[in-house]
Write a protein that binds this ligand. Structure first.
Ligand SMILES: Nc1ncnc2c1ncn2[C@@H]1O[C@H](COP(=O)(O)OP(=O)(O)O)[C@@H](O)[C@H]1O
Ligand SMILES: [Mg+2]
Length: 389
């Protein structure tokens, strides 16, 4: 069918034509955003899910909700190798610059700018295009202890936002890449702002492993955050994700073809987009048939093998590849770490570091004690396909 009108959107963070099955999460976020602005208590949220389940898309959607509700927003994607202070600095600067234009918020914004200045110098942040012309305020955000200084900063930003009659929403994608030190400080700072009933809200998204925090950070996080799970879509939502966009273009798909797509993709949002996209392309004309989906499946898998799966596989060292291949060969997930060790002829202890490094790269995670699984759905099948060919 007409490639120009193909509605499907496979790609990291690409907004889908139909955001299916996420009403509850969006509603929950919307309520939280409105409550915080009124000074009511509400937990911050971290969306947890595997790769390709639609976390980034949701986070963007939530940012829009915040903007519609008189918030200033800062959207950050945590890379593997940067510290939080450095990521936050330019974003907070832009938020404050906007607040400085609001009558009635100028004095508070000036104070927040001074706190930001202290924060930048104590953590030796240098960001080329952003320079602050205010003087630092001594005793505020300058202790060099991240959790104290971040708390001072968040409180000042919250006060400036409140003075402007606005809120501040911080959105952080790929939370699992934050160091535990950064994450703990973030938790403390958010907690402080919340105790002061300031209009500051946080939405994060990340791989399930962040739920496996330990110690103080864990008990704190459990009280402060909600963790809405973002998983595969159920049958009905998955069907809608495919059918609605097709109908929206005035085309159609047969029921059995639709079911086949839901089956093959197991309802995973990224895969749904890929299958929908290919099915649209291979079909000569509406309705899309089972035969079309059969062809589309081969193409979709090829695209995933060369892209979505491949880029992640390529980030592993040869030794790490050995480990994940051994996992895949065990069959059904989750896998026991002890079984992987046995398959590789090594002890769990000697493999510990390797396993930890792969977890750090966001490729695998531990869904429960002694268990290990892929953070990319159907990654095991991919590895077995590679090995077979
Ligand atoms: N609710 C949904 N229904 C249909 N497709 C979706 C949905 N959410 C996300 N997608 C699609 O899934 C893919 C991955 O989304 P993304 O937000 O990048 O996932 P994640 O951040 O969890 O890896 C994108 O192509 C997007 O269009
Ligand atoms: Mg993402």
């Amino acid at each position: 069918m007409d490639p120009v009108r193909n509605p499907f959107a496979p790609g990291a963070g690409s907004p889908p034509p139909e955001l299916a099955g996420r009403d509850e999460i969006i509603e929950g976020a919307s309520i939280a955003i409105q409550r915080i602005l009124l000074g009511r208590h509400e937990q911050s949220q971290i969306l947890l899910g595997l790769r390709g389940t639609g976390k980034t898309v949701l986070l963007n959607r939530i940012e829009n909700l915040a903007l519609e509700n008189h918030y200033l927003t800062a959207f950050i994607e945590a890379p593997e190798d940067k510290v939080l202070a450095e990521l936050l600095y330019p974003k907070v600067f832009h938020v404050l610059r906007k607040l400085s234009l609001v009558d009635g918020a100028k004095a508070k914004t000036h104070e927040a700018m001074r706190a930001l200045r202290s924060f930048a110098s104590v953590f030796k942040i240098t960001v080329g295009d952003v320079s602050l012309s205010v003087d630092p305020e001594s005793g505020i955000a300058d202790s060099g202890i991240l959790e104290y200084d971040l708390s001072d900063l968040f409180v000042r930003v919250g006060e400036a936002a409140a003075a402007a009659g606005k809120g501040w929403a911080l959105l952080l994608d790929e939370v699992q890449y934050l160091s535990s030190k950064d994450l703990s400080a973030l938790i403390v700072a958010l907690h402080r702002a919340s105790q002061k009933q300031l209009p500051v809200i946080f939405f994060g998204a990340g791989l399930p492993q962040i739920a496996g925090l330990t110690g103080d950070a864990k008990s704190y996080a459990e009280r402060l955050f909600k963790f809405p799970p973002v998983g595969a879509l159920g049958r009905k939502a998955a069907s809608e994700a495919i059918e609605q966009p097709i109908i929206g273009e005035g085309e159609s798909i047969n029921q059995d073809a639709l079911e086949m797509i839901v089956e093959r993709t197991r309802g995973y949002p990224y895969f749904l987009q890929e299958w929908g996209y290919q099915a649209w392309l291979v079909a000569e004309a509406a309705p899309i048939t089972m035969h079309d989906v059969e062809d589309a499946s081969a193409r979709a898998l090829k695209r995933l093998d060369e892209g979505f799966f491949r880029v992640r596989y390529d980030r592993l060292t040869p030794k790490e590849k050995e480990y994940v291949i051994a996992m895949a060969q065990l069959g059904n997930s989750p896998y026991r770490s002890s079984d992987v060790a046995e398959a590789l002829g090594e002890s769990i202890q000697t493999l510990g570091t390797r396993r930890a490094k792969i977890i750090r790269k966001g490729m695998i995670y531990s869904p429960g004690h002694g268990d290990i699984d892929f953070t990319v759905p159907m990654f095991g099948d991919f590895l077995n396909r590679q090995n077979a060919s």
